[in-house]
Design a protein around this ligand. Sequence first.
Ligand SMILES: NC(=O)c1ccc[n+]([C@@H]2O[C@H](COP(=O)([O-])OP(=O)(O)OC[C@H]3O[C@@H](n4cnc5c(N)ncnc54)[C@H](O)[C@@H]3O)[C@@H](O)[C@H]2O)c1
Length: 327
Amino acid sequence: MKTVLVTGGGGYIGSHMVKLLERKGFSIITVDNLSNGFKHELIANNLIEIDLLDSVAVNHLFASQNIDVVIHFAGLISVAESVSDPNKYYENNVIGTLNLLNAMHLHNVEKLIFSSTAAVYGHPQSEMIKESHEKNPINPYGKTKLVIEEFIRTLNKNFKLQYGILRYFNAAGADPEAELGERHTPETHLIPLTIFAALSGEFELNIFGNDYPTPDGTCIRDYVHVSDLCDAHLLVLKKLLSCNESMEFNLGNGKGYSCLDVVNAVEKISQKKVKFKFSNRRDGDPTQLIADSALIREKLGWTPKFEQIETIIEHALNWETKIKRYI
Ligand SMILES: NC(=O)c1ccc[n+]([C@@H]2O[C@H](COP(=O)([O-])OP(=O)(O)OC[C@H]3O[C@@H](n4cnc5c(N)ncnc54)[C@H](O)[C@@H]3O)[C@@H](O)[C@H]2O)c1
C-alpha cells in the first residue's frame, strides 16, 4: 500500500482529497498547521500538526515516516490578501514549500503533486487558457505559485523529482454526500458568500467591479467541482506511480460564469433572494479566466462529473444547509 502525504489536508480541497484517498485504500498522513483548516473526523487519526515553515519539524516528519508521494495543498490562497500583505504570501507559500521540497530531496521522496493556480497566467491573451499560455501573474499569490513551479521544474531537471503541477481555476462545490465542504475563515470566495447572502437574508454580497469588458460588466470565472479536482489528482497520482513522466495540467470546465450568473443561479436553486452591491474593482483580478483542459482529458481521460454550475451550487448549498453556518 502506498503512503501519501497530504499537506493542507485540513483545508477545503485537501480534506476532499483525503476522503477520496481513504476510499481508494491509500495510507494517508496529513500535515496542516490549522491556520485555515479544520481537524475534521477524516484526518483526526492521521494529522500531524506542524507548520511547513518549521524546517526541523518537516525534516523530522520525513525521517520518521515512509512516504511515497506528496500532494501539496498547503498554502495561503487569497489574491486580495496577497496584494495587501505580499510578505506573508512569499514567506508562507514559497519558504514553506522550499522546506517541504528540501526534506523530500533529503529523504529520497521523488513524487509530488503541486496545487498551482490559474493566477500564474495573468491577463489572458486568448478566450480559453492552455497550459502553453504565457505565465505573467498580476498578483503576489500567483507569483508565489509561479516561483514554486519554476523550482519544481529545476528539481526535475537537476535531480529526480517527478511532478504533476495542476493549475486549478475556481474550485467550488462540496462533497456530494455533504460530509465536507468549503469553510474558509474569513470566507472570500464568491459561491459560499452568495449562498450566505441567500440563506441569511441580511448579508449583502459585495461584487467587486461592474465595469469589466464582459456582457454584464462583472468578472468571469471557470468553476470546477472539488470532487472533479480530486478525481484529477487521483489520475495524476496513479500516473506518477506507474511511470517516470512529469506533467502540467489545467483543471477547469471550459465554461465561464460572471459574478451575476452565480448570483442568478444561487437565487434559482435556493429559491431565495440575494442582496448585493457593486464596489470598486480589486487589484489583481483579471477580467476573465477560462480553462482549456483538453490536455488532461486527452492524456489521462479526466472526465468531470459535475460540470454544471447548478450542480456545483446545489452541492455547496446542501453542505451549508447541513452545517447551518449562516442560519
Ligand atoms: N480554492 C481554490 O479555488 C484554489 C484555486 C487554485 C489553487 N488553489 C490552491 O489549492 C490549495 C488548497 O486550497 P484550498 O482552497 O483547499 O485552501 P485552504 O485554505 O482551505 O487549505 C489550505 C490548508 O493549508 C494549511 N496551511 C497553510 N499554510 C500552511 C503551513 N505553512 N503549514 C501547514 N499548513 C498550512 C491551512 O491551514 C489549510 O488547512 C492551495 O495551495 C491553493 O493555493 C486553490
